[in-house]
Design a binder for this molecule. Structure first.
Ligand code: NAP
Length: 330
């Protein structure tokens, strides 16, 4: 296949538009590994990129898609050989570099992780950047002392991609998981993922002028940021940690420092894009062990490249439930 299908973004007069195109292999960027991409995903950041928001893309025309899984076609690296199944998340792929919304990609071998044995290509992308980030958040909380006997763990934005995978992992590990959501229609879904209690997202926002409220959360995976993150901090238990991994509710956090000073609360930043390789391998191994793949299947919908324009608008409006896999051969 010397030509293949790709979703290409163009910019004209400051407006970004997307079109399905047939692209020749000569258009691929430099790199030592060429991959036949089978699946990518739709993450919140992909939604921003497809809408031309956030100044994430450096130059157009651009192939978006911040993650992918596929089979190595050609490799100039001893680390990979043709036929190997590989995963890519992050490293600014789909942002600064050619991404996963094309049937082929060419990347640096240092960016690739082998697909874990026992995980299908579709499952790897049902996890994708979002689920990988959820695992990094749980690992960070564990490294800061979180244990199942510590009490309730809050997940905000629980019906989204990062949130849903975090709920499923924490429940499998024996935690008492409280899911915060703004969508009443997702309650059954969240219970199936393992949440024991579900609260409305408005309840996580602390009353104004109250830097501390009763201690409740032993840990928190926050995918929302903004006022939600500010509202969670006053209710953290003594010495507990919040893994801050998202900004679906805004970048500005109108918070008091008092929870840090009087309760020793920890705010842990989670970045998945530039995470070093040893921690990537650890996270994928833990996902294979700790994420129930049956639950993952239940939270996944599958679309084709042609559906992305519509689905990307839905993810920006907070209307997507769980994870969206993009099947490049659909
Ligand atoms: N740090 C990293 O490396 C990294 C990696 C991946 C993703 N992220 C970030 O993590 C966040 C979640 O990503 P995702 O792919 O899971 O997106 P998603 O599927 O759209 O989930 C986001 C969820 O946030 C909640 N939400 C949306 N708008 C909100 C608002 N205005 N106020 C309060 N809650 C709101 C919704 O949950 P409910 O419907 O349950 O209320 C929504 O489902 C994004 O900000 C994304 O950029 C960061």
């Amino acid at each position: 296949m010397s030509s293949f299908r790709a979703l290409v973004l163009e910019e004209k007069d400051g407006k970004v538009s997307s079109a399905l195109q047939t692209v020749d292999e000569t258009a691929l960027p430099p790199g030592d590994v060429t991959v036949a991409v089978s699946h990518s995903t739709l993450n919140y950041k992909d939604g921003l990129i497809l809408a031309g928001l956030g100044r994430i893309v450096r130059k157009y025309p651009h192939v978006p898609g911040i993650d992918f899984v596929g089979t190595v076609e050609r490799s100039d690296s001893p680390a990979f050989k043709p036929g190997d199944k590989v995963i890519l998340t992050g490293w600014r792929v789909g942002e600064w570099y050619w991404g996963g919304y094309a049937q082929k990609a060419r990347v640096k071998s240092e960016w690739l992780v082998p697909l874990p044995a026992g995980m299908s290509a579709q499952q790897a992308m049902a996890i994708g950047t979002a689920g990988f980030t959820s695992m990094l958040a749980v690992l960070a909380l564990e490294k800061h002392g979180l244990k199942p006997e510590g009490g309730e763990v809050l997940v905000t934005g629980a019906a989204g991609g990062v949130g849903g995978v975090a709920v499923a992992i924490l429940a499998r590990l024996g935690y008492t998981v409280v899911a915060s959501t703004g969508r009443a229609e997702t309650h059954d879904y969240l219970r199936q993922l393992g949440a024991t209690t579900i609260i409305d997202r408005a309840a996580t926002v602390a009353p104004p002028g109250k830097p501390l409220v009763a201690e409740r959360w032993a840990g928190c995976v926050d995918t929302v940021g903004g006022a939600t993150l500010a509202g969670v901090l006053p209710a953290m238990k003594y010495g507990a940690s919040v893994a801050a991994c998202g900004n679906a509710g805004g970048n500005d956090v109108p918070a008091s420092v008092i929870p840090f000073l009087l309760r020793g609360v920890n705010l842990l930043g989670i970045d998945s894009a530039m995470k070093p390789m040893p921690e990537r391998r650890e996270a994928w191994a833990r996902l294979l062990r700790d994420l129930p793949l049956g639950k993952l299947d239940a939270m996944t919908s599958v679309i084709g490249l042609g559906d992305l324009a519509n689905e990307s608008q839905r993810i920006l409006k907070g209307q997507v439930r769980g994870r969206v896999v993009v099947d490049l051969n659909r």
